[in-house]
Design a protein around this ligand. Structure first.
Ligand code: SF4
Length: 338
């Protein structure tokens, strides 16, 4: 484990699932999360970014204890997380809340918003009924809703208002940590910026730490103090957002960042050749080597460790970025789209 005590420390997390190949095929093991270590300070945001299926959402569930890791450990506020679904874990959940992708799916369509915002307070036995009513009013105002909207049902609110209600419910118990899993991807583009601004504002006011899980690099850059990029279950680069997103060190991170339109880059985008590998049939060595433009022979044999790069200390899992081997020709080569 890395030195120092953080609010959240995840060390060497591994999560495996059994998957059947075809209807009559044999069962194979898939590593959704593979030796992932994370550290999050109080009042800070760590952005966990990668393509769909890279394991970032599973990592979010592991740090909340919604699933148990097959290997590794999670410590919250200096103590190991209690086993999932145990009484101690349920009590701890008041301090660790989740914001899901789909606000309509996260809310109960049969209950008014106010009752749903009040629910965590009742579950954790916080306040009297009148204190809870006052708290609901305050929370609705905090997230930009009107107190009279407490009587509305989810279908009577817009998508953005529903996500605000989800945030009010998540903040009800004054948690130390919010895990936000793709919190804006189900919203209209016009509403996304408002919700991101609200997350930043709420963090500044209440000091809540956030694990912000997203495939959207621009959103991650807007809210994060630190960014970790995942590929096929592993973190392949981690550092300050400006450093990682302006000058990525890992070839996969470079391709990912090039997909963001940027005025100064002339619209050039790196298109990776080949499909993402099947997680049930991982390539040997570095999982990225069949698609990497600078892969060397070592890359197919040896998996690179995530470690500080000589010179600037950026965490990167790449033999070439670490200067262990010169850049090779790569197979297949990247095609640069005009
Ligand atoms: Fe992986 Fe090698 Fe490419 Fe680095 S250079 S990303 S280690 S294949």
């Amino acid at each position: 484990m890395r030195a120092g005590t953080s609010l959240l420390e995840a060390d060497g997390l591994v999560r495996r699932y059994a998957m059947r190949r075809g209807v009559f095929g044999r069962e194979v093991e898939v590593r959704a999360v593979d030796r992932v270590s994370l550290r999050l300070e109080r009042g800070r945001t760590l952005g966990l970014v990668g393509e769909s299926g890279c394991g970032k959402s599973t990592a979010g569930r592991l740090v909340l204890g919604m699933e148990a890791p097959d290997e590794g450990s999670v410590s919250f506020d200096g103590k190991l997380l209690p086993p999932p679904r145990s009484a101690a874990w349920r009590a701890q959940r008041a301090r660790m809340q989740m914001v899901f992708q789909d606000p309509l799916g996260a809310l109960d369509r049969r209950l008014p918003i106010g009752a749903q915002v009040s629910e965590p307070l009742e579950i954790h036995g916080i306040g009297t009924p009148s204190e809870r009513a006052g708290r609901v009013e305050t929370l609705l105002r905090d997230v930009g809703l009107r107190p009279d909207q407490a009587t509305r049902y989810p279908h009577e609110l817009s998508g953005g208002q529903r996500q605000r209600a989800v945030l009010a419910r998540a903040l009800a118990t004054s948690p130390d940590l919010l895990v936000c899993d793709e919190p804006i991807s189900a919203l209209d583009v016009s509403i996304q910026a408002q919700v991101l601004n609200l997350l930043v504002e709420l963090q500044e006011r209440f000091g809540t730490a956030m694990l912000f899980v997203s495939h959207d690099l621009r959103a991650v850059r807007q809210v994060s103090h630190r960014v970790a990029v995942m590929y096929l279950g592993r973190i392949i680069e981690e550092g300050e957002p400006d450093a990682v997103l302006h000058d990525p060190a890992h070839p996969y991170a470079r391709a990912l960042v090039s997909s963001i339109p940027h005025p100064g880059r002339g619209g050039q985008r790196i298109v990776l050749q080949g499909d993402p590998p099947n997680p049930a049939d991982r390539p040997s060595g570095c999982s990225f080597h069949p698609r990497c433009p600078v892969a060397s022979a070592l890359c197919a044999r040896e998996s690179p460790a995530l470690k500080p790069r000589p010179g600037d200390g950026r965490l990167v899992a790449c033999h070439v970025a670490q200067g262990e081997v010169p850049a090779g020709s790569g197979l297949p080569e990247l095609r640069k789209a005009a």
